[in-house]
Design a protein around this ligand. Sequence first.
Ligand SMILES: *Cc1c(COP(=O)(O)O)cnc(C)c1O
Length: 397
Amino acid sequence: MSDDRLDHEFALETLAIRSGQLRTDENSHSEPIFATSSFVFDSAEQAAQRFSGAEPGNVYSRFTNPTVRAFEQRLAALEKAERAVATASGMSAILSVALGLLSAGDHILASRSLFGTTHILFDKYLAKLGIQTRYVALTDLTAWQAAITSKTKLLFIETPSNPLSEVADIAALANIAHQQGALLVVDNCLCTPALQQPLTLGADIVVHSATKYIDGQGRSVGGAVVGSHDLLDAVYGVVRTCGPCMSPFNAWIALKGLETLPLRMQAHSAQALRLAIWLQEQPAVEKVYYAGLPTHAQHLLAAQQQTAFGGVLSFEVKGGKAAAWAWMNATRLLSITANLGDVKSTVTHPASTTHGRLSLEEKQAAGMSEGLIRISVGLENIEDLKADLNRGFAVLL
Ligand SMILES: *Cc1c(COP(=O)(O)O)cnc(C)c1O
């Protein structure tokens, strides 16, 4: 089996296709799936050597698996990282970071605009282990600076945020974290390394839900943690011991997904920008949230940090929830589902689904109105998409 011979010398598109290549003696061109739970040893002596770590090599697929490793190597190359560890899901990636790097008494300082389940993980399950989380506004650097204490061990953000596309200054937050001896963790799910590489801006760890753009076609659930050898050793220990490892089959899907990731992210971004501009002109639309629009509060920052603005946008229709639901129900092409990052365009009403557990005051504080609609813009023909959105607008007039 030949090992990865390429590394950081190639451009992103090349690394996406060629890094982490996996060839067996059969010489299959596409990387094989090692659908096996364990690996055989030549002798009792070798088994002992493998178990003790004296001899490198595969033992058991909760520890290592060649298909999973190929995905990890390819993702690490794209994020310009020393190492990646694949996990069963995006949530288990975040959990593994917390279990690996935090202890009872440590604090997390996080952005208020987070994926809903991440909030639950922090507030319900990490709190039970004695790890407290405080929240600040993603874009308010003064608030981050004021809230960090000697107990803060992790700063945690998503940028751009979902659904309102707020953009955080990664380099500035990394600075604030490092001055206090804390680490900055970035959930890079919405941009992927094809558009933004947080480690090159000073972040310490990147987490991914591979379920979204990395798979790209809504077929599997997966995740990953990316960073330095040092930090990832601790995270790997959790995955190996506690068991939220990625299955070889899901790793194969994610690995093949990475091959087209740069191309897809450019295409998703181009479609979303065109739709965002078009949506601004629609009379039933109150406001469009997309960092690619020059009127967006953090447009310049997003343009510096990212090579494009991504595929997720949201907009507010006049008439609140009734109008938003009527709009969604009138579309034919858009799939009503909470998932994002698929080649199929998807639509969701955050106030009654992903953010439904927030109180009215919390929704207002978060800027989440009842008329807000989020679209993950897919790769269908743009005119067909506009025609579909117009089906929604037709019932509002
Ligand atoms: C979906 C998502 C997650 C969780 O990932 P799963 O693969 O569903 O566990 C975490 N963060 C963000 C931003 C997400 O969109």
